[in-house]
Design a protein around this ligand. Structure first.
Ligand code: 13P
Length: 265
């Protein structure tokens, strides 16, 4: 396989699983092996994204293993700096513990009313604070079945990814997560995901130029497992995965291992 120029990212979105105690226990279970794998292969980044209340506990476990290079990410944040926003977390608070923040996940869009405009404000705030945003986009089943995927993706890209400064545009990560593939055990085909991901890169090229588009990392998400990650990683345009259900089990370590095996081929 041709050597990929972009460093791969395998991120685990733990969603609403594991409070501080369980999160620390699980992190202690996976971090040594995960860290060992990442020492063997440098062109991969792995990011753990526990619930907000468990970030400090997982940070502590990662700090006990300073050589591992495993990064920490939040699952959401607000775009304002501080103030009367009960229940929200500010970018500066996230950046004390994390390198990364997932934004605009379809569950946040569906259950908590997040719009492309809100996601865009959050992404801009993340970049201002030196956080790497993983911005999620993807179409619903009905849109997929009606052949509207391209149109939906085009709209989400134009609005969620607007107005980045030219020099920060390359720091953005996009996760293409078709909603019908999330938690269903029915992953997209590599060809299908690859086609949408190539479209996203083209649109980004139109918005920010070829350098930013070449550096942009685009992940696939939706029912990723140790059995299918290799196929996704073999696609030239797919730079990694955002993993849900399989990220709260030992499977996550296996996914990282399979990714490395594929990239080394
Ligand atoms: P699953 O891997 O459980 O399908 O979830 C994907 C996801 O939503 C990651 O953000």
């Amino acid at each position: 396989m041709a050597i990929k120029t972009r460093t791969a990212i395998i991120a685990g979105n733990w969603k609403m699983n594991y409070g501080p105690q369980l999160a620390a226990n699980f992190a202690r279970d996976i971090v040594p092996e995960l860290g060992r794998l990442m020492l063997l292969y440098e062109r991969i980044m792995s990011i753990l994204c526990p619930p907000a209340i468990s970030l400090a506990a997982v940070r502590q476990v990662l700090d006990e293993h300073p050589l591992t290079r495993i990064e920490l990410g939040a699952q959401n944040m607000y775009y304002e700096e501080k103030g009367a926003f009960t229940g929200e977390i500010a970018p500066t608070m996230v950046s004390e513990l994390c390198s990364t923040v997932i934004l605009g996940h379809s569950e946040r869009r569906t259950y908590f009313g997040e719009t492309d405009e809100m996601v865009n404000k959050k992404a801009q705030a993340a970049l201002r604070h030196g956080l790497r945003p993983i911005i999620c986009i993807g179409e619903h089943l009905e849109q997929y079945e009606a052949g509207q995927t391209e149109q939906v993706i085009r709209t989400q890209v134009l609005h969620s990814l607007a107005n980045f400064s030219a020099q920060r545009a390359a720091d953005v990560v996009i996760a293409y997560e078709p909603i019908w593939a999330i938690g269903t055990g029915k992953a997209a085909t590599v060809e299908g995901a690859g086609k949408v991901i190539s479209l996203i890169r083209e649109l980004y090229n139109d918005m920010y130029g070829s350098e930013a588009a070449t550096d942009l990392r685009i992940l696939y998400g939706g029912s990723v497992t140790p059995a299918n990650i290799g196929e996704f990683m073999a696609h030239a345009d797919i730079d990694g995965a955002l993993v849900g259900g399989a990220s709260i089990k030992q499977d996550f370590v296996e996914i990282v291992q399979k990714t490395i095996e594929t990239l080394e081929q």
